[in-house]
Design a protein around this ligand. Structure first.
Ligand SMILES: Cc1cc2nc3c(=O)[nH]c(=O)nc-3n(C[C@H](O)[C@H](O)[C@H](O)COP(=O)(O)OP(=O)(O)OC[C@H]3O[C@@H](n4cnc5c(N)ncnc54)[C@H](O)[C@@H]3O)c2cc1C
Length: 355
């Protein structure tokens, strides 16, 4: 039997499994999925887990239970491309015939002193749980500083506002307005929601240092009880440590067929891959569908097109607490309750395999 090994059961590799199982895997192939956790974690909801508005169970989905799928709950510690081996933290290893690396991303701290030590994170389920505990154990009037006014910082700030109206929440953002890469109508809508709901936005921020209880913006000290970091991501350390070609963000550069240039049997999916769009769950899933197409053609000895079609993204949706939202669908800005209902609908469809 030949072995397709998937590293990480995130959005990318879950889509691979959904496309391949139960009927599209050749008879002489099996799939091994390796993830450190015994469930697929819904990373797009970590802001709500950290704010305390959804339970831990709400952000977990069971891995498929199929005879041709072997799931191992192990931590990957390295990849030996020459010998086709995946090293595991307990010092044994797993061999592969074909490999898909989908280990997601981690926080990037831009070498800001103290940021890795004195801030909380929502980039992994373990860290989001830890952030939940810290945020929800705070006494009334405590100050929470969120660094980074992108999608995850905004969703966390607004969800926390609804969960803990007694806290002082500050959002430090680099741009002139939050979501500065979105159309003005959206960034103004979000900025307005924040001022109506008592979240202080500090625009054109430049965090220069973090210490226990103090955040430095342009070297000016601000007292704070907790800092949550949502100001940058980088691919998983396993990819960062590999001796392969990478882009400026440290993500693996791939051929048009999503494999490493020197290793036709090694594919990289999702946040670890260098792709023409910003990393997202939607992108990871679109790329995964193409990887499955490539795998099927290679298994059947069929020729591959020189280029794969560009991955079509449907848009972006963000929440402002449980009642309001914003987004861009087919390049059209939407705001308010309808955007929030759409976002909940997308999550429901995903969780119950309708998407
Ligand atoms: C708060 C927040 C909100 C977001 N909202 C959206 C959104 O609305 N829409 C959208 O499209 N995207 C959103 N994203 C981005 C999206 O979550 C990621 O782009 C997506 O999860 C990437 O999928 P992936 O398959 O690359 O990795 P992930 O889904 O991150 O999965 C990686 C998997 O690898 C496992 N893993 C990691 N390291 C190891 C190891 N060493 N050994 C074993 N297993 C390991 C993890 O347990 C995890 O299961 C959001 C992100 C955040 C943080």
């Amino acid at each position: 039997m030949k072995k397709l090994v998937l590293l990480g059961g995130g959005y990318g590799n879950m889509r691979v499994l959904r496309e391949l199982l139960p009927n599209h895997l050749p008879d002489d192939w099996t799939v091994t999925l390796i993830d450190k956790n015994p469930y697929h974690s819904l990373k797009t909801e970590y802001y709500a887990l950290a704010a305390g508005t959804v339970s831990d169970q709400d952000v977990r989905v069971a891995f498929p239970n199929e005879p041709k799928l072997n799931v191992q709950y192990r931590e990957v510690s390295g990849i030996d491309l020459d010998n086709k081996l995946v090293h595991l933290a307990e010092s044994d290893s797993v061999s592969y015939d074909q490999l898909i690396i989908g280990l997601g991303c981690e926080d990037k701290y831009h070498n800001i002193p103290g940021a890795d030590t004195f801030t909380h994170s929502i980039q992994s389920i373990e860290k989001a749980r830890d952030t939940y505990q810290t945020l929800n154990n705070l006494s009334t009037n405590s100050v929470v500083s969120i660094v980074g006014g992108g999608l995850s910082g905004i969703e966390l700030a607004s969800e926390l506002r609804e969960s803990r109206p007694d806290l002082t929440i500050k959002l430090f953002d680099r741009g002139k307005t939050v979501l500065s890469s979105f159309p003005e109508r959206i960034s103004l809508y979000v900025q307005n929601w924040f001022s109506t709901n008592g979240i202080e936005v500090i625009n054109e921020a430049n965090i220069t240092k973090v210490e226990e209880g103090t955040l430095y913006n342009h070297d000016q000290a601000f007292s704070t009880d907790v800092v949550v970091w949502t100001a940058g991501i980088q691919p998983n350390k396993i990819i960062r440590d590999m001796d392969i070609e990478k882009d400026r963000q440290g993500r693996a550069i791939l051929t048009p067929h999503h494999n490493l240039p020197e290793h036709e049997d090694v594919y990289v999916v999702g946040d670890c891959a260098s792709l023409p769009h910003a990393p997202s769950a939607q992108l990871a899933e679109g790329q995964a569908e193409q990887i499955v197409e490539v795998l099927k053609k290679r298994w059947n000895g069929q020729p591959l097109p020189e280029e794969m079609p560009s991955i079509k993204l449907k848009g972006t949706l963000g929440s402002l607490g449980k009642k309001k939202g914003f987004g861009l669908m087919a390049d059209r800005p939407i705001t308010g309750r309808i955007a929030r209902i759409l976002k909940s609908g997308v999550l429901w469809m995903y969780k119950f395999h309708k998407g």
